[in-house]
Design a protein around this ligand. Structure first.
Ligand SMILES: *Cc1c(COP(=O)(O)O)cnc(C)c1O
Length: 355
């Protein structure tokens, strides 16, 4: 158990209008901080008013990107309760990311306690309007004031929270994506299976180019053979082909998404055949030609599911399910959002209440 010291903001900021919320632009009144120093371990857990951090220009994270993060949400139920979705999974994944980047791990129960304590302090910030939520961003970074390339001896673990608007205020519109054939996001043996800022830095260019060409995001190929699909933008990707759901196996360059895992668990429970394996882009286009590419969607905490209506590779283009969201995609969306916002029962024990 952490002994968290709470220092409340003298005056809270006005709560935002729930109709105008965007993603990650506004932050709540408080943040959680905890320090690490070699020899001392993690210490001084505290909740303090949200505000700027003071760091030396030599701070190691600025130069060598020794940093990892997480993303999860707190949801308000119709009864006004506040709950988290599978936070222990985020704690585990953070530690697996830490392990790869030589960052000291944080005990799982301490991570969950810190998230709960901060959401409890800022619980008024969890919006109630349909589809809105409080996005929670835990992150850990190297703070040694040093340019030597080695693991830092000091770190900061921080958690900030941002009220976010509904992802689909105008209903779910399937997106257009294309197969990226130039940049790669990750390679096996690298950091693709971790949530580290560096992966995002490497992926921004392809995302910008996709937008310029009228696409929402790119479908990433593996970095070695350049033929196996891995993820879509910063989401995992799943396809329904001839009645079976297929998704890239977690081979080391794919991020193990909690939404992906939840989709697979639901599908198996519903008796839908599921395969986690290598999938070439060509296989998908062949399936489309044969009329068997039935549904496609990305999965992630922000959108839950994001249906793919059009897929392009070179000068080939296929429209999936007439450009509309598929049945199974909709069913996954309804079930997951129902559990998260507490409008449906949670037979899996995925939700964790904030007292
Ligand atoms: C966070 C993330 C995902 C989705 O993970 P969830 O746990 O479902 O939110 C997928 N791919 C990448 C690259 C990510 O960073």
């Amino acid at each position: 158990m952490l002994d968290i010291k709470v220092t409340r903001a003298a005056q809270g900021k006005p709560l935002p209008d729930p109709d105008t919320l965007m993603f990650g632009k506004l932050f709540t009144d408080h943040m959680f901080l905890m320090d690490y120093h070699t020899g001392q371990g993690w210490h001084d857990p505290r909740i303090v008013p949200y505000g700027p951090l003071s760091l030396e220009p030599s701070c190691m994270v600025f130069h060598y990107a020794q940093e990892v993060f997480e993303g999860l949400k707190a949801y308000r139920t119709p009864e006004g309760r506040v709950q988290l979705f599978r936070p222990l999974e985020n704690a585990r994944r953070l530690n697996s990311s830490c392990d790869r980047l030589c960052i000291p791990q944080i005990p799982e129960e301490d991570f969950v306690q810190a998230v709960k304590a901060l959401v409890q302090v800022d619980r008024n910030w969890v919006p109630a309007k349909k589809g809105t939520s409080l996005y929670i961003r835990p992150f850990v970074f190297a703070t040694d004031p040093s340019l030597g390339v080695h693991a830092s001896h000091s770190y900061l673990f921080a958690i900030i929270c941002s009220p976010v608007g509904a992802y689909y205020p105008e209903g779910i519109n399937p997106v257009k994506i294309y197969v990226e054939d130039e940049d790669v996001r990750a390679v096996r043996g690298g950091t693709g299976h971790t949530k580290c800022g560096g992966n995002y830095a490497a992926s921004i260019r392809a995302g910008e180019r996709a937008e310029e060409q009228g696409y929402s995001q790119v479908l990433w190929l593996d970095g070695v053979h350049r033929k196996y699909i891995e993820e879509v933008g910063a989401m995992n990707v799943l396809f329904k082909v001839d009645g079976t759901v297929i998704t890239p196996a977690l081979t080391g360059s794919v991020l193990p998404g909690i939404t992906r895992k939840s989709c697979l668990e639901l599908l198996r429970d519903w008796g839908v055949p599921v395969e986690e394996r290598l999938i070439t882009a060509q296989e998908l286009f062949n399936a489309a030609d044969a009329g068997k590419l039935e549904e496609a969607w990305g999965s992630g905490t922000a959108a839950v599911v994001s249906p793919i209506g059009e897929l392009a590779m070179g000068d080939k283009k296929v429209i999936i399910n007439g450009g509309k969201i598929g049945h199974l995609t909709q069913q996954l969306y309804d079930t997951l959002t129902g559990i998260q916002w507490g409008t449906e029962p949670d037979p899996y024990g995925w939700t964790v209440p904030i007292e």
